[in-house]
Each structure stands twice: as structure tokens, then as C-alpha cells.
Design a binder for this molecule. Structure first.
Ligand SMILES: [Zn+2]
Length: 297
């Protein structure tokens, strides 16, 4: 697998979406962040074995930023995000400043911002939205915060009102956090039913609970990041009985990959979706059309 030259992989990826008649892919879950933060994230995955029951997590695309962007373009990813997230107070405004600059110099990146429960969060979320943020990232596991925290309430209300989607890592994979799982998110949604949450990783491993929420709230979507891959199936298999629910929610599932921090090739995520057997129409919606509609691309 790792001996496939990158350009060979790019050709195969282009064949994948070309066969579907798509103009390319939209990937709502890719990571770009300040270089030293990304190095720390990679260090974390280098030592993640104990969390995954000894499963190694080698970073396939450990390249510098320009090379990583070039790869996504070679793959034909028309639009992608810069998922970044704080693990402590005071960090989000700095990350948002970096991400705004990144979006300015990267026209195919959807301007991404983040947030944390802290004084001032409403003001900097408003500032980001006014500056053109198209998507937010929230990481309940790494941030170790309660998404129902009172401090976040005005920020969720603002994002719901503005219709800006929030990719939220709220499932308990690869490791349970104090506030992960569907219950806190159900409480956020009951207070903000129009909030456009995109549940990262299909809510892994609480897949069915998060499908319940998507069925209940029409603005809730899920991203495919890492789900259905050999790696995820070994750790947290997706329940086969829920496949018909994936088919029915086909207009609210969005391609996400976790590029570049993945322990396998990008193409494998696409094959993992294809082998679900839900058909070309479903693949077209998931790999491109749903996100193109959501972000008016
Ligand atoms: Zn991610």
C-alpha cells in the first residue's frame, strides 16, 4: 500500500470521481493548522497505541504544508477545510487568526474557525462569522469541555442563526472523553434545533445514537471521516443493520477524511465508502453534491 507513488494514487482518485461524473471531491474534514500545533498532533498519534489497543497510527501524509495542499489538488479535491481546535482557554482567537490568513492565501479552503467555552467566545465567533468563516470545528474530546456549557450557549445560538455548519468531534472514538457521546449533543440540539452540526467520524463508536439525532433534526449531518475503513472497522465496526439508515440519510452524509493525519491512503477512504454498496447516486451525493449544496460551491 505505502509503495504506491503519490501520482499513481492521484490518478486512481481522479478515476474514482470521474467515473461518477463528478467535477471533483469536496472534503469537509481535513486538517491544516499552525505547523508547530500539527507537529504536536502527529506526536500524539505517534504515541496513540495504548488508546487503540496497540494499533499503530502512522501518519501517511507527513509532508510540509505546500506539499499537502498540492496533493489535495492532485486528488481533485475542489474544496476542503482547515480543521483546527484548542485544548485550553485563550488559544481559539490565535488559531482563528491563523485560519483566516490560511483561507486568504488558499482559495480552495473553506474558511474555518474554532471555539472554546471561555469568556469572549461569543465575540470572537461573531467576528469570525463576519470575517467570512464558512465552517467551524469543535473538538469535545481534545477540548475536554461540556458542549452544554453556559458559556457556549450564545455562540451556538449565533451559529444556528447564521446557518454556519460546525464539524464536531463528539463521539467517544478513538478514546472516550469526559463529555463525549450523544447525550450532551442531544441537549445542545434541543436548545438549538436549527444548529447545523456535522457529527465527525459518523459519531464513532456511537454510530446509531448519532443517526438517531440526524433523523430527529434535519440540520444535523455526519461526516465519513475514517468510518468504514479497515482501520476503523477493526476498532469500532459500523453496525451492518444501520446501512439502510445511511441510505435514507444520503443527502446529509458528507465526505471527510482526516487528511493528512491518517494511517492509510486517501484512496482507501473512498473505497471504504464504495464497498458499502449503497450505489453511485449515494456516492455522488456524499463525495461532492451534499457539501457543494451546503457551502454553495
Ligand atoms: Zn479530524
Amino acid at each position: 500500500m505505502s509503495d504506491v507513488p503519490p501520482h499513481g494514487e492521484a490518478d486512481e482518485i481522479r478515476r474514482f470521481w470521474g467515473r461518477l461524473g463528478l467535477p471533483g471531491l469536496v472534503d469537509v474534514h481535513t486538517h491544516f493548522m499552525p505547523e508547530r500545533v500539527l507537529r504536536k498532533v502527529w506526536d500524539y498519534f505517534d504515541g496513540v497505541g495504548p488508546l487503540t489497543g496497540g494499533l499503530e497510527w502512522p501518519i501517511t501524509y507527513r509532508r510540509d504544508e505546500a506539499e499537502r495542499m498540492a496533493l489535495l489538488r492532485q486528488f481533485g479535491v475542489r474544496a476542503f477545510t482547515a480543521m483546527l481546535y484548542p485544548h485550553k482557554p485563550g488559544m481559539a482567537p490565535w488559531l482563528n487568526g491563523w485560519a483566516a490568513d490560511f483561507a486568504r492565501r488558499t482559495p480552495d479552503c473553506l474558511h474555518t474557525s474554532t471555539l472554546y467555552p471561555e469568556p469572549g467566545v461569543e465575540a470572537y465567533v461573531r467576528e469570525a462569522v463576519e470575517a467570512g468563516a464558512r465552517v467551524f470545528k469543535a473538538h469535545v474530546q481534545v477540548g475536554a469541555y461540556d458542549p452544554t456549557d453556559e458559556l457556549l450557549r450564545p455562540a451556538w445560538a449565533l451559529l444556528a442563526e447564521a446557518g454556519v455548519p460546525v464539524v464536531i468531534h463528539c463521539g467517544s472514538g478513538p478514546a472516550r472523553g469526559k463529555h463525549t457521546g450523544p447525550e450532551p449533543i442531544a441537549r445542545v440540539l434541543s436548545a438549538h434545533p436549527r444548529l447545523r452540526l456535522i457529527v465527525a467520524h459518523m459519531g464513532m463508536p456511537e454510530y446509531e445514537d448519532f443517526l438517531d439525532l440526524a433523523e430527529r433534526y434535519e440540520e444535523v449531518r455526519l461526516d465519513t471521516t475514517m468510518a468504514f475503513t479497515d482501520f476503523a472497522e477493526e476498532l469500532s465496526p459500523f453496525p451492518r443493520r444501520a446501512l439502510p439508515r445511511l441510505a435514507a440519510l444520503g443527502d446529509r452524509i458528507l465526505l471527510g477524511t482526516d487528511f493528512p493525519s491518517i494511517p492509510y491512503r486517501y484512496l482507501h477512504q473512498l473505497h471504504a465508502l464504495e464497498r458499502l454498496g449503497l450505489g453511485d447516486e449515494w456516492l455522488r451525493a456524499v463525495c461532492h453534491d451534499n457539501a457543494a449544496r451546503l457551502f454553495a460551491l
